[in-house]
Design a protein around this ligand. Sequence first.
Ligand code: SAM
Ligand code: SF4
Length: 363
Amino acid sequence: MLADAFGRVATDLRISLTDRCQLRCTYCMPAEGLKWLRKLDLLTDAEIVRLAGLFVTEGVRAIRLTGGEPTAHPRLPAIIAALAALTPRPELSVTTNGVTLAAAAPALAAAGLDRVNVSLDTLDRETYRALTRRDRLADVLAGVAAADAAGLRPVKINAVLMRGVNLAEAPALLEWALRAGYQLRFIEHMPLDPQHGWNRATMVTAEEILALLSERFTLRAVEPGARESAPAELFEVLDGPGADARAGGPGAVGGGAVDRPGAVGAGAWAGGSGAVGTVGVIGSVTRPFCRRCDRVRITADGQLRTCLFARAETDLRGPLRDGGSDAELIALIRAAVAGKQSGHAIGAADFVQPERPMSAIGG
Ligand code: SAM
Ligand code: SF4
């Protein structure tokens, strides 16, 4: 078991397969890209699978492949198949920009992938082009549909809202996701960009996102217990496109309230009971979930990170390549997790952004 000094147990492993990407999202990478990791420094497929196997024997139950863009890895299906053969079999997911998913989804599902999280911040072609510096919105939409058709469900959509760019689009994104049956989650912008352009004063907060959504939808908070360690605060959407259909006509949309658990009768829509879907808000900065964090990360060059914001890493690649035994590697991993920091301390006077940007850590 991978326990830390604060009583948390790591059960969720993120593995970055590459730091490279075809997109250049403005909040993630500069237009010219970054200084990429050297190929020989990247973990080989066998190294990835061996490390993952050690984490699984230590209690990891879910593995997410990320990057950079993990679908750019030429042998992704083979890696997924090898991870699916681990015992006990971990739940397997991929976080992707979706650009090449239309072609890749069937093979990924056949290899044993369970789910995908697709990052999509806008449905407007021009805004997408400006935000990602690439004209690939149509490919992403096709990719999301292909993932759904391949059974990689629930398809989750991750969106980062930027003031003056796509913030006003949040309700439209939710409406689109509800209609299609995708689970949308809004993520607060975090100070992990190499350009150091993050600014707490101008970032879009979870509170602001919820207020904006509540102008159009009635939201009811799902009891926190139900989301266990998951970072997203989940809200049932009590009205919207699905509700209209069930009510037999265009219903009154927009109860305008974010109901807290236990609010009696709040947010009921005229056509019946129950929610038309859910929406998640990940307030990593303003509503940190550090106390329940169950995650650890391995970078594409084999460094173990116990927090997105950690300033220290534990080298696993060196000991792997030096012939380290399973017991030696497990001892290293246990010691690293035991030393996991209590929280990220963004906002503290002495907060220093980690040297690695998000794309090189594995988001
Ligand atoms: N390329 C893949 C993708 O975009 O889904 C996987 C890697 S990407 C780094 C993972 C997630 O991190 C994406 O949803 C992206 O929007 C998010 N992300 C990147 N930089 C971020 C930042 N500074 N703050 C919050 N989220 C960020
Ligand atoms: Fe690429 Fe994902 Fe970063 Fe966008 S957020 S540049 S898709 S790694």
